[in-house]
Write a protein of this length. Structure first.
Length: 589
């Protein structure tokens, strides 16, 4: 049923077909997962000795959801640890697990092991090709062109039991599927494998930029996993362009690249090109005066679009990305996680703010826990949401918010992903999801609860006032300080440009007044939450945070700035780099 090797029209036709009958495809998907794994220890514990072959698929679906409980990562962790430690029996899957992925952990502050199988890179290839097929209908690209990809593998290592571990993106870049993708789509990354897997993100970024410029005429689009990487790379470019031009003119490679394998691979590709170097220099001089507005079309004149995840915690980078891209369209990329791919963007012409993801019903078995935001009865609330019983994909309702639950081919059963989504509509019979936030990521002091999305909205409003001073927000995070009395929120900003303390005070007041959460409003009025504090951190602080995460095994490709943190190391970086503090004074809400 699933197309392993087929053309763009075939893959779209296949998707149209499976989404027409999404409900029954889901029942079949669950049946296949259970047929493959029904004898494993975890399922036996809940399902006993059911003879799968003898049970009708629909009956199996209701048996499964009534007998197997919902699970968090913590519930499955003991099983995953046994696998990591080398136990080889059928614990979660019948097929042995030889590779483990690390989910980025930047959202929950802790990295988690998740099983990775061939199926994982196959679905990655499948969703990339499906998305590419939808994109090429709107933005056709030339065959044989190149892609400027800001992608990074991180270190792979062995667990105690000898399994290979690393991030899912790292496993994918090392898989045969990644090579098939390049060959099938006949468009190649500008950088060779040695650059992608150098293990030093600064050196990789320099080489991505250099090779991207060297092949600039051929670049058809610019991409990265998360939009953050593109923005960071162009921020680096603002400082590096003169050095890059020397390398292009002379066919040399800057001394900052000191990894022999990377040096050799890059020097084998480039050759002196003084005409191109002069052209880039002239463009950059012009761009500097424009504060780098339109950098992408100027330097990559054939780039048709910029493609990356721009939703969720990436939204704050859109403003900066739009400056670089000018008229070049921004296309928001797919929705997935280390645990499973989820949905594809079938409307690539929509601006990132309006993008939804059509669930691919063959990838995993999806359930949806209806969530209701709590406004009044705080004593009953343990989270900021009340939940109903999970429903299957075929029963979701437009306008309703849900937490996603996954049953995967890789041994996760009724696993709560922790993402909150809203059903925005349907593509045939499959829901189109709007990503709302990570459920656990909430800023709270007492009865107040603010999600990542709430915080984003507040910061967006506060930072609008920076434009008066011609300054801009580079990045932000927050912390609920409960050690002082009364507790209060601290928002950390890194900004570009000089801003008077008076203006910062206005920004801070604006943010304080923009939290609409009832718990916050009530607590601020009664002063059981103190005035909001805005701390300005010095230039480069968020880069230090990124380096801290990368040093702890995260891959740049998967990095997401934590929007709220209690991590001691992070807080000490932030506090050491704080240059100014302002408080919101009057609270009139
Ligand atoms: P990881 O833990 O590194 O596997 O990251 C997966 C998480 O990244 C998901 O659970 C989401 O919270 C977030 N994410 C992935 N894709 C998107 C997207 N297209 N839009 C918003 N958030 C996303």
């Amino acid at each position: 049923m699933e197309p392993s090797v087929c053309g763009e029209d075939d893959i779209v036709r296949w998707f149209e077909d499976v989404t027409e009958k999404a409900g029954s495809v889901q029942t079949q998907t669950l049946w296949r997962i259970l047929e493959l794994n029904f004898e494993v220890e975890y399922l036996k514990k809940w399902l006993g000795d059911i003879e799968i072959q003898e049970v009708d698929a629909c009956v199996l679906e209701s048996l499964y959801t009534s007998l197997v409980p919902l699970a968090s990562h913590a519930d499955l962790e003991p099983y995953i640890h046994r696998i990591a430690n080398g136990e080889s029996g059928p614990i979660l899957t019948k097929q042995p697990i030889t590779t483990l992925s690390l989910s980025s952990g930047t959202t929950e502050g802790r990295q988690k092991y998740v099983p990775f199988m061939r199926h994982s890179s196959q679905t990655t290839l499948q969703i990339f090709r499906l998305a590419a097929a939808y994109r090429s209908r709107v933005y056709p690209t030339r065959e044989g062109g190149r892609i400027l990809e800001f992608i990074y593998s991180s270190r792979q290592f062995k667990t105690k039991g000898g399994l290979t571990a690393g991030t899912a993106t790292t496993h994918y870049y090392a898989s045969p599927e990644f090579k098939i993708k390049q060959e099938k789509t006949k468009s190649f990354t500008c950088s060779p494998e040695e650059v992608i897997s150098s293990g030093d993100s600064k050196q990789s970024t320099y080489c991505h930029l250099l090779l991207g410029l060297f092949f600039s005429e051929q670049v058809e689009f610019i991409t990265s996993t998360f939009a953050y990487s593109i923005v960071q790379s162009f921020i680096a470019f603002e400082e590096l362009w003169k050095e890059l031009c020397i390398d292009i003119r002379d066919g040399t490679l800057s001394k900052r690249i000191n990894l022999p394998k990377v040096r050799k691979a890059v020097l084998d590709i480039i050759s002196p090109n003084p005409i191109l170097a002069s052209k880039i220099e002239a463009c950059c001089e012009e761009l500097e005066d424009l504060d780098w507005f339109g950098l992408i079309p100027k330097l990559w004149p054939n780039a048709k679009y910029v493609y990356s995840i721009m939703t969720g915690s990436m939204q704050p980078y859109l403003k900066k990305l739009r400056r670089y891209a000018a008229e070049v369209p921004l296309v928001s990329a797919e929705y997935g996680s280390t645990e499973s791919w989820i949905g594809v963007n079938v409307d690539p012409c929509l601006p990132p703010e309006d993008v939804t993801f059509a669930v691919v019903p063959t990838f995993s078995y999806f359930e949806f826990i209806p969530l209701h935001r709590q406004k009044q009865d705080y004593n009953l609330v343990i989270d900021d949401f009340m939940e109903d019983k999970p429903v299957p994909l075929s029963q979701v309702k437009v306008g309703q918010e849900y937490e996603i639950v996954l049953t995967t081919f890789t041994g996760l059963y009724r696993y709560r992903l922790g993402d909150v989504v809203e059903v925005a509509g349907f593509h045939n019979g499959t829901p189109k999801l709007n990503f709302i936030c990570r459920r656990k990521l909430i800023l709270t002091v007492n009865i107040d609860k603010n999600t990542e999305k709430d915080l984003q909205m507040v910061v967006e409003r506060g930072s609008q006032l920076l434009s008066k001073s011609k300054a801009e927000l580079i990045d932000f995070t927050s912390h609920a300080d409960v050690l002082t009395q009364p507790g209060h929120y601290i928002i950390y900003w890194e900004i570009k440009g000089e801003v008077e303390e008076r203006v910062l005070g206005e920004c801070c007041r604006e943010m304080d007044a923009s939290f609409v959460d009832h718990g916050y409003v009530v607590s601020r009025r009664s002063n059981s939450i103190g005035p909001l504090e805005l701390r300005i951190v010095e230039k480069g602080t968020f880069k230090k945070i990124l380096e801290y995460f990368i040093g702890n095994g995260s891959a740049l490709s998967q990095f997401k700035t934590p929007r709220c943190t209690s991590n001691k190391v992070l807080l000490s970086i932030l506090n050491l780099c704080t240059t100014k503090r302002v408080y919101s004074t009057a609270y009139a809400n």
